[in-house]
Write a new protein. Sequence first.
Length: 255
Amino acid sequence: MFRGVPMTRLLLGFVLALLMPSQGWGAITHIQSKANSTGTTSAASVAVTLDAVVTSGNAVLIFANGDNQTLTDDKGNAYSVTASYSVNEKLYHLSNITNAPITFTLSVSPNDTFLGIVVHEINAPGGPVVLLQQVKNAQTAPGTGADAVTSTAITPGVDGAYIFGLAVDSSNTRTAPQFTAGTSPNAFTKAAETGTAGVPGELCLESEYFVQTTNASIAATFTFAHATDNTIAFVSAWTVRPPVQSMGWLPMVLP
């Protein structure tokens, strides 16, 4: 198949092919987001309904909070945990959706309090969505200073990563809204928030996003409304991978 091509060229071409996934493909854009939560009343599930069905070919990123959880949608798509921040804090995603779901449900067993679900629909052209990194950070009374709530930093490793940030008031005694989106060193966009204004005792969870043009260290940051409450902040970085290429082109990599 590779007659006349030196073995060293084949090997170097193969190495370059392995290195190519360190790049991102396609510009990810945020389409819509929605969130919902429960409070001190024990419940078996919590659901969120987007404003519009998920566009064919798009992906969803989902954060869910609840013990012994399962995730479903109204079209019967299968979801498995992409990553775990803890026993009850999970990330899910589904790429290349084609059957237009609109409602996503987090179920737990047994019933539990302070359930939460956040859904981001993204347009991710060129291939499936891949999780690069994630981290969380718990803070004791971080205060009300600008960007005082932080997830701590990750480095995605690719240009164009979609940065999905979340923050929760772990004291669970306040009413929404609790957080404003991070402004420095990166200006995040607020996406969705749980909790009901004027109703204390609900899970107050805010999400935000940022598309990072150039790979660099980045944290999800927030400004918090209450000086004495405790917080947890989460960040994850996502990119798009293309379909696996045929190896037939490898000898052409190094002319």
